[in-house]
Write a protein that binds this ligand. Structure first.
Ligand code: ADP
Ligand code: MG
Length: 677
């Protein structure tokens, strides 16, 4: 049962944090209980039974005595479960509010919390009453009480783990030592502050949370530092490269794009591998920045790999890169799982012989038989769709190539620091000029006819529209059905005179490609789709994005979808169609209607869904944290990061060596997926 909760060692138990604390300091004799107060009582059951009069409601009544001479009555509605355990003679602790029972004149507790002691438990009663007690999440049949006993025994009988936090850090932050922090986490002292405890802000809790972040940030900082001294490719940014970039640029870059491009170029020049995260809201123009980096690499006689999560995005990148780079005399190829075997073989040969300068591809690019002759720059688009491992796999295809990862979903800072803490960051915080903010509306399903009229009107004005059924991974089939029948309905009944297309994940790559081309050229006016279009699709003439069942999906995901419109000069609209909403769902929809700011939406998404769900994929590289909580403890994370950097950049080699040793020994088990160099 413990193992099922990942509690496999003594240390795991020691770090198994209570989720809240309860004040049971006010223990009283029954005769001392005053009506109106909240108190704890230790007593023995003298009689107990299901109420004869109100059997149907399962009212369970008990009378208790404690030697003080007075009786205490207790009542539980739906208390059938006590019939077997609350037998006369059983010792229990009750916690609750005291009332006066007018029928007997005795004291009464209604629905009190109860803990039942077994006969041999007497010496441990003091663990559960008369103090502030920790409340743990149960593990199978292991209740919070059993945890209390188990952990208190461990605290008494086993040596505490060695305190490895550097002395300088302990001193600077005035932190308690490890042994007393762990002790106080489980058994708070009598004068502890209940409020602080429940906010997880006592010194003991602070220290333990801090420590968890501290090692993580040390590991990431070390990894970064190691990469900084590793030998990489010192790309030269020559006059010729500059000329080529100038020739390539189809538009004037924004100030943000120029700044970010400079950061990337400076990084590429260094004789160490670049590890850079390029963040920017949907439509901020990351692709052209990637293309500029590609030009630098190619001018240095190196190959470029571009990894994308979907076939559609791959083919779009392929055509963009080809359009931009072929005129410069570079060769661009695509490699996806969908290509024929012969074609793939041929492309791989060209890659191996160095005859291709840029390869755009899906996961197919990661296969072992894809060998580069001279990979110098690896670009990963929509990094959150991949794991850390894939980034590494691509990296290994070159000799210390530079790596640029891009995310379309802005990532809240706390997540970026943990999942991508080993990367340098560049942020495009400006949209290309002339974009009109997208107008977002919320419409109830029952009013969807109005939405159709609006689509028709936009199409008469020359625009195009998307109608999307977001897919949750496990129900692709259901979403497909919905999209198919919606397609029938829209094409035959609602818009018989318009050209409607259907796009979904089960289509062959060729079919998808054909549909996307049809939409791109305007031949298809309304594209009905499952979320396969979520990522990266770029059709400037589309001005309406209708999202059905919008309440079922993450904010970031909808923001992504919304980013498919508003890419041209036309006023664009996003219409969120939902059923009846509960409070949280309403809050989410409101956030989207009111804001177009991807960073704000990402932050809200993390708050509403939790950090673990944020990326929607398991392998996203968020380390498993035991005590720390990315939402609650963002400030402690910042402190830990500062301390980690101070220590690693500092001159105390003794301490630094100890830190490195600690991390080498503990990293894998503690943080699992995040790998250190
Ligand atoms: P994302 O950052 O979401 O990947 P893209 O790179 O797909 O965005 O760019 C979105 C659209 O904006 C593309 O059509 C692109 O050609 C266009 N674009 C990018 N930068 C500029 C710019 N500086 N001026 C005008 N259009 C731009
Ligand atoms: Mg993109």
């Amino acid at each position: 049962m413990l193992a099922a909760k990942d509690l496999e060692s003594i240390a795991d138990l020691l770090y198994y944090a209570p989720f809240r604390y309860e004040d049971r300091r006010n223990v009283k004799a029954i005769s001392q209980l005053a009506p109106g107060e909240k108190a704890a009582v230790l007593a023995q059951i003298s009689s107990a039974r299901i109420s004869r009069f109100r059997r149907s409601s399962g009212l369970f009544e008990a009378t208790l005595r404690d030697g003080s001479g007075a009786n205490l009555h207790a009542r539980w509605f739906h208390g059938e479960r006590y019939a077997d355990s609350l037998l006369p003679g059983t010792r229990v602790a009750l916690f609750g509010k005291v009332e006066l029972d007018h029928s007997h004149g005795d004291r009464l507790m209604v629905q009190p919390e109860i803990e039942i002691f077994s006969a041999d438990d007497e010496e441990e009663e003091s663990l559960h009453t008369g103090r502030i007690v920790a409340v743990y999440e149960a593990a199978g049949k292991i209740s919070t009480r059993v945890f209390r006993v188990l952990i208190s025994r461990v605290l008494k009988q086993t040596p505490m783990p060695e305190d490895c936090l550097p002395k300088s850090v302990l001193g600077r932050l005035d932190l308690p030592d490890l042994a007393s922090a762990i002790h106080d986490l489980h058994i708070p002292s009598a004068d502890a502050d209940l409020h602080l405890l429940n906010e997880f802000r006592t010194r003991a809790q602070f220290r333990l949370i801090f420590e968890e972040f501290f090692w993580l940030e040390c590991g990431l900082t070390l990894k970064k530092a190691k990469a900084r001294v590793a030998t990489g490719i010192p790309f030269a940014v020559t006059e010729q490269a500059r000329e080529q970039i100038k020739k390539m640029l189809p538009f004037k870059p924004t100030a943000a794009q120029r700044r970010v491009m400079q950061e990337i170029a400076d990084d590429m020049k260094k004789p160490h591998p670049m590890n850079r995260l390029l963040q920017g809201d949907v439509g901020s123009g990351k692709t052209i920045v990637a293309a500029q980096a590609a030009v630098i690499a190619i001018e240095n006689k190196r190959q470029v790999a571009v990894l994308a999560p979907t076939e559609i995005l791959t083919s779009q990148h392929h055509s963009n890169f080809k359009r931009w780079l072929s005129p410069l005399g570079y060769v661009v190829a695509a490699l996806t799982g969908a290509a024929g075997a012969r074609e793939k073989k041929q492309i791989k040969k060209l890659i191996a012989n160095g005859l291709v300068h840029v390869v755009v591809g899906t996961h197919a690019l990661l296969q072992e038989d894809v060998v580069f002759s001279n990979l110098g720059l690896a670009i990963v688009d929509e990094q959150h769709r991949f794991g850390v491992r894939q980034r590494l796999e691509l990296f290994r295809k070159g000799e210390q190539p530079d790596v640029l990862v891009m995310t379309a979903t802005p990532i809240p800072r706390t997540l970026a620091l943990t999942a991508y803490g080993d990367l340098d960051a560049s942020i495009i915080d400006e949209l290309p000029p002339g974009r009109k903010p997208i107008v977002t509306k919320h419409v109830q399903e029952s009013a969807v006819e109005g939405v159709y009229r609006f689509i028709a009107q936009q199409i008469r004005a020359g625009r195009q529209a998307y109608v999307v059924y977001p897919v949750v991974e496990e129900s692709e089939t259901a979403a497909l059905k919905a999209a198919e029948s919606m397609y029938e309905h829209l094409s035959n009944e609602v818009f018989p005179e318009l050209r409607v297309g259907l796009l979904h994940g089960r289509m062959s790559a060729d079919e998808k490609e054909r549909l996307m081309r049809g939409f791109q050229s305007g031949e298809i006016q309304i594209l009905v789709s499952t979320t396969v279009i979520e990522v990266g699709v770029d059709v400037a003439n589309a001005s309406v994005m209708v999202i059905e069942q919008a309440e079922r999906f993450g904010l970031a995901q909808i923001h992504q979808l919304r980013g498919r419109v508003g890419r041209g000069p036309h006023q664009s609209y996003c219409i969120l169609v939902t059923g009846k909403l509960n409070d949280v769902a309403r809050e989410r929809i409101r956030t989207l209607v009111e804001s177009n700011d991807g960073f704000y939406i990402a932050e809200m998404d993390m708050r509403l869904r939790g950090p673990g769900e944020f990326f929607g994929t398991k392998q996203s590289g968020i380390p498993g944290l035991r005590l720390a909580d990315l939402l609650r403890d963002a400030e402690i994370l910042e402190t830990a990061r500062t301390e980690a950097q101070t220590l690693i950049q500092g001159h105390d080699t003794e301490e630094l060596r100890a830190v490195v040793r600690y991390i080498q020994e503990h990293w894998q088990r503690k943080y699992g997926f995040v790998q250190v160099g």
